[in-house]
Design a protein around this ligand. Structure first.
Ligand SMILES: Cc1cc2nc3c(=O)[nH]c(=O)nc-3n(C[C@H](O)[C@H](O)[C@H](O)COP(=O)(O)OP(=O)(O)OC[C@H]3O[C@@H](n4cnc5c(N)ncnc54)[C@H](O)[C@@H]3O)c2cc1C
Length: 381
């Protein structure tokens, strides 16, 4: 069965003239038995960079019969119901691949001996130490892990909103959950798939030359992950959805409320000694995001689009910092190695990952003039 978007003859131009159809491989007789093949055939298997086990192909439709799903010319809206779930799952695909890459790279870094580590060395009698004792290897591993754990918290937070949206009997609660999910969907799709890409590359780097060789599987992770920022709406398209539809226009009031809710939470805990080293940098980054968001809301279309991808990154990094703060607040009375590691990971995130948002904020409010300055004619001339 193929779900196909197509135009009905005489339909309006553009996206308002698109309808959704179900096109079966076989036609069906009135008694429910299978009739002759429908006019749809596979013309080629796609030869892809990655996800080779997924046999995507080119289909040709010749005099095919399709059955309208939903209303005429409302096909894009119908498809978006499906697309929104897909955007979430592609984001989770990126997150999952980041974690697999981390686990492999961690094991490799523990086993691989190369060079001496800075003092104090783990074992002075050995000619070389495991590369996990190299601070740069630790930085790359912790950069992945601190982002993966924070992103996982964001996905659980969003999953809870999906449950409320689908199950709550309280209409106001449902509306707020729907708006939250709508706001976070492009962030999860783009930020997590980018995280998958940066993490698989980093993990491959930790393998050195062995990462480039097939038998270790790391090059496959890089290849397989590469599709995630591209399909189900490219990450550029997700970023435009965020700036133009989710934080501006009709949704801007909700976006401001969402950020204000996190500001209140961080303010409530900022003065607590046991968590202030995590909450304070998160609150500072959030204030910057609020400022950038107001700037985006007041900008024209071209300026918003010129800032979109970087703004989405600032949004993703900052909201993950808020989630980390929430984790740390929720475990503030817990002792033991497991919780101590969480606190250290959160601190690493605040010190070594989150500061990127400060430079993004400067870039975003710098405007799009530098982009428009060099005209298309100048580039192509
Ligand atoms: C393996 C694979 C499986 C796929 N499976 C499916 C499927 O099952 N169903 C389906 O419908 N599609 C599927 N696709 C198609 C996929 O969703 C599209 O390739 C993807 O959405 C990008 O569209 P495009 O290729 O037309 O690129 P284009 O839209 O031509 O984009 C090219 C570049 O321009 C940028 N760009 C385009 N418009 C803008 C804009 N407004 N602002 C900023 N930048 C912009 C893009 O971000 C991109 O970088 C699949 C693709 C692949 C590779």
């Amino acid at each position: 069965l193929h779900l196909v978007i197509a135009r009905i003859a005489g339909a309006p131009a553009g996206t308002r003239g698109i309808s959704l159809f179900l096109v079966p491989k076989f036609l069906i007789n009135d008694d429910g038995s299978l009739a002759e093949r429908n006019g749809v055939e596979t013309t080629a298997i796609e030869h892809k960079m990655g996800i080779r086990a997924s046999a995507t192909c080119s289909l040709n439709f010749v005099d095919a019969t399709g059955y309208l799903i939903g209303e005429e010319n409302r096909g894009l809206a119908a498809m978006f119901k499906m697309m929104n779930i897909e955007r979430m799952t592609v984001g989770l695909q990126g997150l999952g691949m980041a974690d697999i890459a981390y686990q492999n790279a961690l094991n490799y870094a523990v086993e691989r001996r190369q060079s001496k580590s800075p003092a104090p060395r783990p074992d002075d009698t050995k000619a070389a130490d495991p590369i996990i004792f190299q601070p740069e290897m630790q930085r790359q591993l912790l950069t992945i892990r601190s982002q993966v754990e924070g992103a996982r918290a964001l996905s659980v937070y969003t999953g809870l909103q999906v449950d409320i949206m689908e199950r709550s009997a309280d209409a106001a609660e449902v509306a707020a959950a729907e708006a939250t999910v709508a706001l976070l969907t492009p962030v999860i799709k783009a930020h997590f798939s980018d995280l998958g890409m940066s993490s698989t590359l980093s993990a491959q780097q930790i393998y050195g030359g062995h990462g480039y060789i097939r038998e270790h599987g790391m090059e496959q992770l890089v290849r397989d992950c590469r599709i995630a920022p591209i399909y189900e709406g490219t990450n550029e398209v997700q970023a435009i959805d965020l700036v133009a539809r989710k934080v501006s226009g009709r949704q801007s009031e909700f976006a401001n409320q969402f950020l204000a809710g996190w500001q209140t939470f961080l303010e409530d805990h900022r003065a607590e000694d046991t968590v202030s080293d995590i909450v304070t940098p998160a609150a500072a980054a959030l204030q910057q995001l609020v400022d950038t968001t107001h700037w985006i809301q007041q900008s024209d279309d071209a300026t918003q689009r010129g800032a979109a991808n970087q703004y989405l990154r600032q949004f993703g990094l900052t909201i993950i910092a808020c989630l980390w703060a929430q984790i740390i607040v929720s475990i503030r009375d817990k002792g033991g190695a497991f919780y101590d590691t969480k606190r250290k990971l959160a601190r690493f995130y605040m010190q070594r990952v989150l500061p990127e948002t400060a430079s993004i904020a400067v870039t975003v409010v710098g405007g799009a003039d530098a982009l428009a300055d060099i005209g298309v004619g100048e580039l192509t001339g």
